[in-house]
Design a protein around this ligand. Structure first.
Ligand code: NCD
Ligand code: ZN
Length: 364
């Protein structure tokens, strides 16, 4: 049975910088992706809106041009958010909104994940001029929602973790101070975050990755499957169940695809492991597997409707652009994933790294 869907949008992904960019963009085009929100944690970061010099960081204008030259001109939509660093000002937000270049900003917890050393504590931003300007000009805030600077024992234990703390302590304050701010809670991983988002107004949404819908901490630890190591880290069974029920709830409009596909050419090293799972080329297949496991098989009429909503429709509607009028096809049949060879080195896709084959396949 062929599943025909509108081309989908990946509203949280990483295309990096330099010669490998074209390989990463192509992997997205190959999986029926019609557009992307490309994260600004490049080296150097995307910390300005306009300008073409790169000496003090990329600009949205400059980085978008690089991406288009690397193949992203084939996308229907390309959103590059501004990385919120100490350089960000209200004037930058106002002028960026007026020019049309600025559509979103990205909050990184300082030192919380890959290339996040330029991030600011959330408490420094709440109530400040940058968030007020974003609220006024309708600029979306994409949030990596983890409390920063927690020690190992506090980062995660059986009762709480950096994400649950952030959603219990920081997010209510943020929404109180900025009730009109458009917010995407990115790559949410916990029951707490899913409940929080479900209870907020329509202008607060969330992305969920394939790995957080499919896997738990047990999968990571059993065999130390480091290709599954990403931040926020995969959580527990009740968290996964909450994410699954959020994405498969009838008529839901708040949860949408954002793979957080994050290629690393050097993943595990002698003294640690880079955070990020690469799902370029296989994300719709992984999402389909997760929907099937959640009891909403995209191969059935009811499951297809829920899957299409999450993958293809809710994201465009939240971000205010049309769904794609082009289509792609998948079928329920085993497929294999392969190492992506790039000019920067090989990248292992998540299923290959974990030793499983997707049970869905792209039809080209
Ligand atoms: C991302 C990366 O590698 O850029 N890593 C990750 O574990 N998700 C950064 C991020 O989105 O946290
Ligand atoms: Zn990310």
């Amino acid at each position: 049975m062929l599943l025909t869907l509108p081309k989908w949008f990946d509203l949280h992904t990483h295309f990096r910088q330099g010669p490998a960019m074209a390989s990463y963009v192509q992997a997205h085009l190959d999986m029926g992706c019609a557009g992307a929100l490309a994260m600004p944690n490049t080296q150097p970061p995307v910390s300005r809106v306009s300008g073409t010099t790169q000496s003090d960081g990329w600009s949205i204008e400059g980085y978008s041009a690089e991406l288009r030259a690397a193949g992203a001109d084939a996308f229907e939509q390309l959103i590059v958010p501004l990385y919120l660093t100490r350089q960000a000002t209200a004037a930058m937000i106002r002028d960026g909104a007026a020019s049309g270049l600025l559509r979103a900003c990205k909050y990184y917890p300082p030192h919380g994940t890959t290339n996040s050393e330029h991030g600011l504590p959330m408490d420094d931003l709440i109530g400040g001029e940058v968030f007020h300007a974003m609220e006024e000009h309708g600029i979306t805030l994409c949030i990596h929602g983890e409390q920063h600077a927690l020690s190992g024992p506090d980062y995660i234990d059986a009762r709480q973790n950096a994400e649950t703390r952030f959603y219990r302590e920081r997010m209510p304050r943020l929404l109180d101070a900025h009730p009109k701010l458009r917010i995407v809670c990115e790559h949410i991983t916990t029951h707490d975050a899913a409940e929080f988002v479900a209870a907020t107004p329509e202008h607060v949404g969330a992305t969920i990755t394939p790995q957080h819908l499919l896997h738990t901490l047990g999968h990571l630890i059993q065999g130390l499957k480091y290709h599954l190591y990403c931040l926020p880290v995969v959580k527990f069974q009740d968290d996964r169940a909450a994410l699954r029920s959020a994405v498969t709830r009838a008529g839901q409009t708040k949860f949408f695809a954002g793979t957080d596909s994050a290629p690393h050419t050097t993943k595990a090293t002698a003294c640690g492991c880079a955070a990020g799972c690469f799902t370029g080329g296989c994300a719709p297949q992984l999402y389909a597997m997760a929907f099937e496991e959640a009891g909403a098989d995209p191969g059935t009429a009811g499951g297809k409707e829920l899957f299409e909503r999450f993958l293809c429709l809710n994201g465009p509607s939240f971000h205010g652009f049309p769904a794609s009028s082009q289509h792609f096809q998948m079928e329920k049949a085993p497929s294999q994933t392969a190492i992506l060879e790039t000019p920067a080195g090989p990248v292992t896709p998540l299923p290959l790294g974990m030793g499983f084959d997707p049970t869905w396949r792209m039809v080209r």
